[in-house]
Design a protein around this ligand. Structure first.
Ligand SMILES: [Mg+2]
Length: 275
């Protein structure tokens, strides 16, 4: 794994811009409502690869995401969903062989870039790609989805002019980018355990900044969750209370609630009246 200098410099930038690590939404990809995002004006998506769409160092989509990935590509369009990885498509990917393979298996373009996320040269490559589309996509019309705070979420927020040190008016590219940046989406969970200490640290950092440093945007975040996250699927529990399986699970499960005691019959049986 190459040394990620842009990622290593993030903690110093955080001293001035702690909100850089804050995602707008943190949720499983399968819970994202791509149609609602499209209806809200988002026309393009940037996806991380490793531990987001695929198992690290593999080129195939994890089977669990088949449906969501299909929905995403059909909602935004083939060219408007771009994979930006710090493995496939980089200098380490000799001959862009892995990028070709990932592009083939995921049916989506993979960005070729020489600088790693969350570096500004990588952001420029993303901008060049989306600007070159027949119908260019602005930064403010993008969602950026990834599993790592210090690369994916920071990169998404660095694309937002309001987090930059210099006024947006001074930069020509920011003028084109519109007033706001992309929607940063942090995917929860990993497909394969890796860098678990760093992930734990990122989680603690985000929670700390949300609680102690940044005050106020919670309502905004809740609004985004409400608009762009599908409700939890309701799992219907079989109500069948007869048969051997039910009897065994009730008897062996120590956490099962005790059945209410059956009502005692009255001393005198009521004599039924034929109707
Ligand atoms: Mg990743």
């Amino acid at each position: 794994m190459p040394l990620n200098i842009p990622g290593l410099l993030v903690p110093f930038q955080l001293l001035l811009r702690p909100r850089l690590v804050l995602p707008a939404i943190s949720k499983d990809i399968r819970r994202l409502d791509f149609q609602a995002l499209r209806d809200a004006g988002y026309r393009g998506a940037v996806f991380d690869k490793d531990n987001c769409l695929t198992i690290p160092h593999e080129d195939r989509l994890v089977p669990e995401l088949q449906e969501a990935w299909k929905e995403c590509r059909s909602t935004f369009g083939h060219d408007n969903v771009l994979i930006v990885s710090n493995s496939a498509g980089t200098r380490q990917d000799a001959g862009a062989i892995q990028a070709e393979s990932v592009s083939y298996h995921l049916s989506a373009p993979v960005l070729r870039h020489n600088n790693l996320k969350p570096g500004y040269p990588c952001i420029s490559s993303i901008r060049t790609y989306f600007s070159s589309l027949p119908r260019p996509v602005k930064n403010s019309e993008l969602i950026v989805v990834g599993d790592r705070v210090f690369t994916d979420i920071v990169m998404a927020n660095r694309m937002n002019p309001k987090y930059r040190l210099f006024p947006p008016q001074a930069r020509a590219d920011v003028k084109d980018a519109g007033p706001e940046g992309p929607l940063a989406i942090w995917t929860t969970g990993v497909w394969k355990k890796e860098s678990m200490f760093m992930r734990w640290f990122e989680k603690q950092l985000v929670a700390t900044i949300q609680k102690w440093i940044v005050k106020g945007p919670e309502a905004e975040r809740e609004g985004w969750m409400e608009r762009f996250v599908k409700p939890e699927p309701v799992v219907k529990i079989a109500q069948e209370k007869t048969g051997l399986h039910y009897w065994v699970t009730r008897r062996l499960n120590p956490f099962a609630k005790a059945e209410p005691a059956p009502r005692k019959r009255g001393r005198w049986r009521r004599i039924g009246v034929a109707s």
